[in-house]
Design a binder for this molecule. Structure first.
Ligand code: ARG
Length: 457
């Protein structure tokens, strides 16, 4: 196979070198963007009088034919042509002859690959933003099904204070909101045109990069040709946004795993979204959630792998950078599939409201309410904390709950306790009293649900 760059070579490339250097096995998925970029480039070359209009028309026609061949699976990619760029260009020349040989004027694969990756990530980012939104909608819908269900809130995985289940779920809606904003912010830096930087120094030909940017919907044109071909910050940013989003999915997945244990017993995931054991007939395992948690590590790996890839590279383009794509593709695919399956699984989770409320009551979870009662009676908080600690200790030794204490008993710890103290000790009262902004009181949570409904409509 004659190489498009073959002029200065007298010997054939070794076959093992071809196999080692090819990227077509994975970068072929950029074909749509490669063709889109080439059509814009050819259109600009003709407008500037750099190539004849009729050649540009033939190029555009040829590229569209190639697109439909690839789209319908009729195209044969050839590893000897290294990558998606050379495969498409060679096919174009085969198809339309001499005119096709003008397409690569004032362009290099260095700016071309940066362009393709940016177009690809722009699409993926938009897709991911809308998938995150879908997941948020599902979370809010689940909240609507359990508007007053109370569960134990945890710190240190120890029962801490009773909260609304909806409040807990909305914590995830907040995380995903930040993810959506983070991805949207990153679009500003993805959306910059590198094409026209050529190999790394620009060109002597009278190109119009701003016109190409307009054709491709780019907001800005990269203003340094060296940076344009050597920058992968936008890909790193994508991987970092993806890693953070996966971390959020993983924490949610971890809670689903934990909550579905016999020990917690807070949820049951439907048969459709669990799997069995090949030896233990009684098992029903939360494998979907576990795999979301597991795949998170791989996405972090992709981020670290691209950071490590870039850290020692002198400017500008280096072939090492070809290895950026598997990381980026894998992260995008993994995140999308995890978002989708999490959204599908959530409605399949049955929350065990009775058990949640029963356990929310355990572990002296309203002790803070007792301390705050004393604060309302004028006791300094540190003192109130100390007194309440003593009350809890007394309860532990008497094997009693806070609510079963007699007023007389309570008054032996502080004369500030009055009959009204019992109103502070119930789980439901505790929850509805936390009306501070962002707190767990139903009235507050209702406001947040309304806020999300508006945000997501
Ligand atoms: N396949 C290459 C990559 O993905 C395209 C750019 C190659 N440029 C070059 N001068 N060899 O990075």
């Amino acid at each position: 196979m004659k190489k498009p760059w073959g002029g200065r070579f007298t010997e054939k490339t070794s076959e093992i070198v071809e196999a080692f250097t090819e990227s077509i096995s994975y970068d072929r998925r950029l074909w749509r963007y490669d063709i889109e970029g080439s059509i814009a480039h050819a259109t600009m070359l003709a407008k500037q009088g750099i190539i004849p209009r009729k050649d540009a028309a033939a190029i555009v026609r040829g590229l569209k034919e190639i697109a439909s061949e690839i789209g319908s699976g009729r195209f044969r990619f050839n590893p000897a042509l290294e990558d998606v760029h050379m495969n498409i260009e060679a096919a174009l020349v085969r198809k339309i002859g001499a005119a096709g040989r003008r397409l690569h004027t004032a362009r290099s694969r260095n700016d071309q690959v940066a362009l393709d990756l940016r177009l690809y990530l722009r699409d993926e980012t938009e897709h991911i933003i809308s998938s995150i939104k879908g997941l948020q909608k599902t979370l809010v819908k689940v909240c609507g099904r359990y508007p007053r269900t109370i569960m134990p809130g945890y710190t240190h995985t120890q029962r801490a204070q009773p909260v609304l289940l909806a409040h807990h779920l909305l914590a995830y809606a907040e995380m995903f909101q930040r993810d959506r904003e983070r991805f949207a912010d990153s679009l500003a830096r993805i959306n910059v045109l590198p094409l026209g930087a050529c190999a790394m120094a620009g060109t002597s030909l009278p190109i119009d990069r701003h016109y190409v940017a307009k054709l491709l919907g780019f907001r800005l044109v990269a203003s340094n040709s060296i940076d344009a071909v050597s920058d992968r910050d936008f890909a790193l940013e994508f991987l970092s946004c993806a890693s953070i989003a996966m971390m959020h999915l993983s924490r949610l997945a971890e809670e689903l795993v934990l909550w579905s244990t016999e020990e917690f017993g807070l949820i049951e995931i439907s048969d459709r979204y669990t799997t069995g054991s090949s030896i233990m007939p009684q098992k029903k395992n939360p494998d979907v959630a576990e795999l979301i948690r597991g795949k998170t590590g791989k996405v972090y790996g992709n981020l670290v792998s691209l950071l490590a890839l870039m850290k020692g590279l002198p400017l500008s383009y280096n072939r090492d950078m070809q290895e950026d794509k598997p990381s980026v593709f894998d992260a995008a695919d993994t995140l999308k599939s995890c978002l989708n399956i999490m959204q599908a699984m959530l409605p399949e989770v049955r929350f065990n409201a009775d058990r949640m409320e029963a356990t929310a009551d355990k572990g002296y979870s309203t002790a803070t309410d007792l301390a705050e009662y004393l604060v309302r009676k004028g006791v300094p908080f540190r003192e109130a904390h100390e007194i309440t600690g003593k009350v809890v200790l007394h309860c532990i030794s008497q094997k009693k709950g806070l609510q079963s204490l007699e007023l007389k008993e309570l008054r032996s710890f502080s004369s500030h306790f009055g009959k009204d103290v019992f109103a502070s000790l119930g789980v439901a009262q505790s929850v509805s009293s936390r009306r501070s902004y962002g707190g767990t009181a139903p009235a507050e949570v209702k406001k947040q649900i309304a806020r999300f409904r508006k945000l997501l409509s």
